[in-house]
Design a protein around this ligand. Sequence first.
Ligand code: SF4
Ligand code: ZN
Length: 539
Amino acid sequence: MKKLLATIIKEAIRRKCKSPEDFEKLKKEISKRFKTATPRNADIKRFGLEEFQELHSRKEKAEPWKNFEKIIKSKKVRTFSGVAVVAVLTKPYPCRGKCLYCPTEAEIPKSYLSNEPAVMRAVSVKFNPYQQVQKRLRALEINGHDTSKIELIIMGGTFSDLPRKYQYWFVKECYRAANDYPTSRLGNSVSKLTKEQKRNEKAKHRIVGLTLETRPDTLDGKEIESYRELGCTRVEIGVQSIYDDVLEKNRRGHSVEQTVKATKLLKDAGFKVSYHLMPGLWGSNFKKDIEMFQIIFSDSRFQPDLVKIYPCVVTQNSVLYNLWKKKKYKPLTNQQTEKLIIAIKKIIPPYVRISRLIRDIPDTSIVAGPNISNLRQIIQNKGINCQCIRCREVRGSYTNQEKITLRKIDYDASDGKEIFLEYCSPDHKKLYSMLRLRITSSFRRPTSKKNKRLSFGISERTAIIREVHTYGKLVPIGAREKKSPQHAGLGKKLIKRAEQIAKEEFGCQKIAVIAGIGVREYYRKLGYRLQDTYMVKKL
Ligand code: SF4
Ligand SMILES: [Zn+2]
């Protein structure tokens, strides 16, 4: 490994690598020569700083080193998905779950570990949401990222189990932090959530998506309505397993049926649904785990839009630790995990995004279980062709001359019809832009006054756009760049096509979009009007 890192650094300096893209190419080329996975920039940098002390302290060598540092310091990948990701944590609070594998540390939100980077950042500001957001924006900007479009992710365990007042305050403070940035107005603010949201519609740093994480059994109509009020657009649910016996054995405290119901409720209300899945649980086995993924991507009761795969690991502060000590539980091995992930990659549909392959738990905290952190690279180097969204997202490599085709994929999901539209290369391997349109079939006009808000004045058949995303380098709002497909009108074209499909194929008279607060202006320009918490247009 040391030899590999040293060779990469020396070659990058010798060849006068100019851009992160050049550096990526060089990394791949040298790693291939060494027949090993491509190392992460962070590791290269750390190694370089330690081993090349004299190199970058000697005056005549300082310049090339500085240039090299500039290239590797930015984790460009973060803004290649089109938005700047800002992850914040809520304060520690009891969760209704009693999951065997859940690490429980004092003063740390359940299921998190004190040495995880996001946790350390949150602890340093005592979980203050305002400071967390502003600190993150600053750090991203220092690394050369544009932060005008923010995907805010609120972590910290089961969001729905937090007191309502705290939830609203926390989210309001996140909007306020983005609105004020780069100015900082810390301290007690009396402003209201709706006011800060309104401000954010036209702010310089707009929150274009808000993700919350929760358990499937916490979701009902009322909860969903509250999520909408907060401006939430994506929900990550802790599904973990689709076998009731496994859920029970691990004391998850909810059933598969509850996952199915939550999935439908969320999709019908337009949310993007992300599943957290945990292969290797006590009571499961390799065969059962593979079967689980086959079912999830073929059974219309599931069909999530995104998945995070967190193979079960044993950590010190969990009940599972005792079971493992008594030799009652055996986690997956690294080899099994690799095999499992390869199998999943072969069956994943093109409309699903694998956002995480393995949780970023620091190696030192894993007592037993898979601990390979560069799994993605290992698999990439094996030449496995994954057709998931993430593997196809165009990054920095787009030129205006590239051929783009429109592909439409229809599938059934949670009693509705999903229409997935994408602009991609003719071989479907490069993804430029995508849209999720849902036609709900069994959604009746709710009778209760509260639930009525979710109906957008439409009964029976609702056409709802759940996601529009254009990939490539983040382009600031209102700007254009030759190398990025953002703002090249692909999103608009997809929306037009979705409107056509809703009207002509399904006879819908209205279409709704679950738009993040920061994207409302964009839809207004396309003729949409705010109705309750959705952007709606007559067809
Ligand atoms: S639901 Fe999540 S946070 Fe709650 S106990 Fe289970 S794993 Fe931990
Ligand atoms: Zn993939």
